[in-house]
Design a binder for this molecule. Structure first.
Ligand SMILES: [Zn+2]
Length: 137
């Protein structure tokens, strides 16, 4: 049993083996098929459908990545609007830039969120101590 790896999740591959695709479409910007996932890994048969509603938790990951993207744009905006008055007067440019960045990246962020959510789940399950060891059976 191999350990899930971060780099596989960021490449939208099976977190366990890094060979099979998580999503049916190989390109995140295939907008009709953004959310269509394979049910199992084509290489190691890792189950991607853990339970009904499992990927609702990926919304937290999506929120986190969206906030990180907007925070990453803040120093760029601040560099061009260094004085306080200019910073506040031009804040709409920052908000529009964030909106555009989020619209452009949402397919990848959506798929990445699911991949990271699955990675975190698999990492927890594969490192959980056995129940027999805890209960002494
Ligand atoms: Zn796999």
């Amino acid at each position: 049993m191999s350990t899930p790896k971060w780099r596989n999740a960021f490449a939208l591959k099976c977190p366990t083996c890094g060979e099979g695709n998580l999503f049916q479409s190989k390109h995140p910007y295939d907008l009709k098929n953004v959310l269509k996932m394979n049910s199992k890994c084509s290489s190691c048969k890792e189950d991607f459908e853990i339970e009904t509603g499992f990927y609702q938790g990926a919304m937290f990951m999506s929120y986190m990545f969206s906030c990180a993207l907007c925070l990453a744009l803040l120093p760029i905006y601040a560099a061009f609007n260094f004085s306080r008055d200019k910073f506040l007067d031009n804040v709409w440019y920052y908000l529009v830039a964030c909106f555009i960045a989020l619209v452009v990246t949402w397919p990848y962020i959506t798929q990445l969120s699911r991949a990271v959510w699955l990675f975190l789940h698999l990492k927890y399950v594969k490192h959980k101590p056995t129940e027999n060891a805890e209960s002494g059976i």
